[in-house]
Design a protein around this ligand. Sequence first.
Ligand code: GLA
Length: 339
Amino acid sequence: MIRTFGPGRVNLIGEHTDYNGGLALPFPIDRGVTVEAEPAGGGEIHADARDLGERDVFAAAAPERADGWRAFVRGTVAELRAAGIDVPGARLEIRGDLPAGSGLSSSAALEAALCLALLALADADEPDRVELAKLCSRVENDWVGAETGLLDQLAALCGRAGAAIRIDFATLDIAAVALELGGWRLVTLESGAQHSHASGGYNERRAECRAACAALGVEHLSLADPDEAERLPEPLRRRARHVLTENARVDAMVAALRAGDLEQAGRLLDASHASLRDDYEVSVPEVEAAVATLERAGAAGARMVGGGFGGSVLGLLRPDGLVPAGARAVAPGPPARRL
Ligand code: GLA
């Protein structure tokens, strides 16, 4: 029996920058998705989503389209086969401790755990992890219908224990940035509003960014000249401003962490949230309420994580800060792995 684990992720800062050729600073967490896999005859994949009490059966050689969690499993099998991996018939048991829609990327956790399990079953060498992240991203884009970027998959597959990773999405350069918080703590708090990237505003934001790039004649928004971006029509002007200021905040956060200036780290979280709320317009009332809860608890800073429109909020608590009811401490754990 093969057991693999794919972690969820928290993005410290750098939101909606991945598909704009920008910067982000995520880390994998200790919660995620576990897959148990055994070979099965007959060339079929039998997948059992234990938390949902649902099953799926399909031909490993020719997965067909499906919705919900099934799209992730079928898509992962199909993309591995398209990459030349001879995925055999298998029984898969899937369990997780990250609720779907919590904004901590249960989907990348699932894709990463599935990939590692199916590669091991096929007795194939693990490909380069950046390539594997791209493969997982194709599952989201082509099978699930979410035009997400590479942030979640790179965090789940390329993270380093004890560190956040600074990703430059223009080059896919990845550098570890030690996350030494002393007595300070990072916590997540669920807003209670679930989000889905395959529907709603996420794909709309992507379309707006494409329109802004076309108007400015740049390949991606991180290349935009800030003065020219200020002359774009609304809402494209504010979308571009978010991306450009958020990239700057990522490097400001790296500098604050290196200097051990966690008050400044908190201010950057607040500034990122304000930009996501006002310029990128991806907040909802439940997310605002969760940020307010963390602020009342004395957080040095708090912001939404992930795509927005719901999901979780991240807070940075000072050493004397009490963890508010419902919030959970998060720390950088190891990336996806075989257990
Ligand atoms: C979601 C997507 C990522 C990224 C974030 C926003 O988590 O899956 O690709 O775009 O939203 O930063």
